[in-house]
Design a protein around this ligand. Sequence first.
Ligand code: ZN
Length: 202
Amino acid sequence: MTLDAAEAIQRLRDGNRRFVEQAPEARTRWDPAAATDARPFAAVLCCSDGRAPAEFVFDVGLGDLFVIRVAGNIVAPSQVGSIEFAVDAFGVPLVVVMGHTRCGAIAAAARHLQDGLAPPTDNVLRITSRIGPIIAPVLATVGLADPLRAAMRANVLASVAQLSHGSKLIEELVQAGRLRVVGAEYELESGRVRFLEHEEPG
Ligand SMILES: [Zn+2]
């Protein structure tokens, strides 16, 4: 079964609805068929946070998604390479960058910006320093109801832009209409994933 991007998004939406309605269908047990037949229908770049596992949130089974998890769903060269691998090896039609509410990486980057509280190590700093410049203008905006949530959303859209333009392979496939890169936010409080619509042309 080969899906296009719109069908892949619909499958994710349907799965998330089942997840929210406490009616998951995905087989989460070991399945020998999955060992020999890897055919993910989408790639997802999401946060390492244990509350935001893409396979659960979208109610999919073994082999259905190609998932890259990194704190703050940032885009560094190894993330770009992983997405390129999914696109090249499996021809996935859709890449989703999914942020989530109450993200610790976003909060850490905000603390560094606002209170000067540096991350505990240089390696953590390498993650938060990618997020800081993206969220600084958001945090400086007066009157936001939920500044950290707005910052999370800005970070997702920045990752979408970085993926879309940080790779010749991805850029060419997007221009050819064979691949879409979209943002999404997962709301821990409700279980719902909302796709960021203005990143979805058509
Ligand atoms: Zn997070």
